[in-house]
Every structure is written in structure tokens, then in C-alpha cells.
Design a protein. Structure first.
Length: 333
């Protein structure tokens, strides 16, 4: 009988496997759209659950071309995001640097006071918008980028949460155009369709489901549960030689599993739907009923239900799509 063999589980691309510093996912790099002008280039939503989407496959190289196929899809609730401030960025030799923030406390939601300590609406005196414009004119040579300081509106959903997340929405275009866009959006809300339309390819970032401190059997899939050494069963036989006395980073070791930041690329925004067309009769398990617009995203995205996920325009070119739906004919729960 031949020997069974199993490759090492756990990609080294994800090291170090540490807990995420924040439950709010944030992208380190963003892709600018091809269109000219000002546009929001990232967005956020709450993960609801998964279902199956049926439609006609238009991928010519697929053996199921022009046939009705079913693919998994994730439902993400995307309530509008409210703008209440602006941040100016300069650029150094190393990276971009935040120069100054202007927060309009009269424009924030009453629930934001639970998240930000020291928010006092009475402190906003004078014409703060004029001060913002004066700062831009005085530092125009230093300013390279402007972003919107925003907060989510979870009170509009049914997840039982009111305290919003404070996030940044980044913009394409020149700083002058970005400042004009900010003035039109201050105190107003931004919709998902101002970020992207249907059939747009995006990348998704989320914080995965946490599983706590785990051993090598569960964390790396170490098999063959027998006494590989004198000490125990649920472990590796040896972590390294005595001479030289070292433990390589490729050796499976116990530690944190789950609650990691993960970016997955090449998802497609299949369809935007109103809340009344997506709720099952019994509601979504663990989530309840959806109350806002939702987006159907192809495939499974990282994160627990009710958890915030982030979108950006796809950075890698989409070359091979084995299943590409031309139209959605049916949704199966």
C-alpha cells in the first residue's frame, strides 16, 4: 500500500497570523477609475448572508456557455453613508501624510456621540466652512489629496446596532475638484451607485470569523494523529533540530486563528435590489430583515454576518471568468 501524503496547509502569504487591530476594514491602496472627474473609489456595507443566483452563462470558453447555470452570491446591505468632515493629505518621500481635519459637528448623527468621545455640537463656532476653504488656499501647494470623513448609518438596518463606524471615503480627480465635491456632499449621504454600477468588478476586504487560540491540528491541518513524539498526539513530531537550535517560520505552531484582515479580489457586483425584493418570509438567519438597498456579490466574501465589509475597484485585471452571467433569471434562497 502506497504512503499517503498531504501538502502543508496554511499559506505563508498570510503571515503573521495576528488579530485584526480594528473590526473596520481599510484598504492600503486603491485603484482609480478610468472615468475623468471626481468619483468615490471605495464603499462599505454589512454582510447579510448567501444565496444562489441563476442566469445565462455568457462566457464563450465555458462548456456551459449559453446555458442556465447557478452560482453562489453574497448579499450585502448598503445603507447610505453620511459625510460630516474632510481630511487634507500631503505627500512626503515615504508616504502620504494627513495635514489637517475639519469635522462639522452640527452635521453628525446623534448616534455618533456614542462612538466619538467629546463631540459637543455647541463648540462649533464661526464659519467652519470658510476656515476649511482658507486652509486649502493657504496650503494648496502641499495638498495632494482630499478625502471625506464619514460615518455609517447602522440604525437604518435591522442588526440591532446604533453606534456608527467612522470611515474615510477616498476620491478620484484633482484636489480642487475633490474640494468642490466635498462642499456639495457635506451633511448629505452617498449611495452605493455613486461608487459603482452593476457588473463592476471589485475587491472585497473584511475581518474573518474569529476562532481564538488554536493548536496545529485545527490551525494548519496537521494529520496522522499518533504519537509522533513521546509527548503527545495533537502536535508536530519535531519543531526543529538541536543543532543549529532554531525554529523555522514554516513549522506549524499554535496561535491565533481567525479574526484576520483578508482581501479577496475579482468579485462582480451582480445586481442592486430594493429591500422588499430580497427578504425571505422568515427573514435572514442571524440577521433579520433587510431594510435598505442590497447588492448581490458573486461568490463568498470574508467576514461574519452583520460585520462591515469594504469595497474598492478591482486592482488586478480580470482575465478568466469561468462563469459570467449575462442576466439574472432567478434567485434561490
Amino acid at each position: 500500500m502506497g504512503k499517503t501524503n498531504k501538502p502543508r496547509a496554511g499559506s505563508m502569504a498570510y503571515y503573521p497570523r495576528v488579530r485584526a487591530k480594528s473590526i473596520i476594514p481599510k484598504f492600503r491602496s486603491l485603484m482609480m477609475p478610468k472615468e475623468q472627474g471626481v468619483k468615490v473609489i471605495n464603499f462599505y456595507g454589512y454582510k447579510v448572508g448567501m444565496l444562489h443566483v441563476m442566469g445565462i452563462n455568457k462566457h464563450k470558453g465555458s462548456p456551459f456557455a449559453n446555458q442556465k447555470v447557478s452560482i453562489p452570491a453574497t448579499v450585502v446591505e448598503v445603507p447610505e453613508i453620511k459625510v460630516y468632515g474632510v481630511r487634507f493629505y500631503g505627500k512626503t518621500n515615504a508616504a502620504k501624510k494627513a495635514l489637517k481635519d475639519f469635522v462639522f459637528t452640527s452635521k453628525v448623527s446623534k448616534h455618533l456621540e456614542k462612538r466619538l468621545t467629546g463631540v459637543n455640537r455647541a463648540k462649533e463656532k464661526g464659519d467652519l466652512l470658510k476656515s476649511t476653504l482658507d486652509f486649502f488656499e493657504a496650503n494648496k501647494a502641499k495638498i495632494k489629496e482630499i478625502s471625506l470623513i464619514c460615518h455609517t448609518q447602522p440604525e437604518k438596518t435591522g442588526i440591532g446596532k446604533k453606534a456608527p463606524e467612522v470611515i474615510e471615503l477616498y476620491l478620484s480627480g484633482k484636489p480642487e475638484e475633490q474640494l468642490t465635491f466635498f462642499k456639495t456632499k457635506l451633511g448629505n449621504s452617498i449611495d452605493i451607485e455613486e461608487f459603482a454600477l452593476e457588473n463592476t468588478f471589485v475587491d472585497v476586504k473584511g475581518v474573518t470569523v474569529g476562532k481564538g487560540f488554536q493548536g496545529v491540528i485545527k490551525r494548519f491541518g496537521v494529520k496522522r494523529l499518533f504519537h509522533k513524539s513521546e509527548k503527545g498526539v495533537r502536535g508536530v513530531g519535531s519543531i526543529g533540530p538541536w543543532n543549529p537550535s532554531t525554529v523555522m517560520n514554516t513549522v506549524p505552531r499554535p496561535g491565533q486563528m481567525g479574526f484576520h484582515n483578508r482581501v479577496q479580489t475579482g468579485y462582480k457586483l451582480l445586481k442592486f435590489l430594493p429591500s422588499d425584493k430580497i427578504n425571505p418570509k422568515e427573514g435572514w438567519e442571524g440577521y433579520g430583515n433587510v431594510k435598505n438597498k442590497v447588492v448581490l456579490v458573486s461568490g463568498s466574501i470574508p467576514g461574519h454576518i452583520k460585520r462591515l465589509v469594504a469595497f474598492r475597484f478591482a486592482e488586478r485585471p480580470i482575465k478568466n471568468i469561468k462563469t459570467d452571467l449575462s442576466e439574472i433569471t432567478n434567485i434561490v434562497y
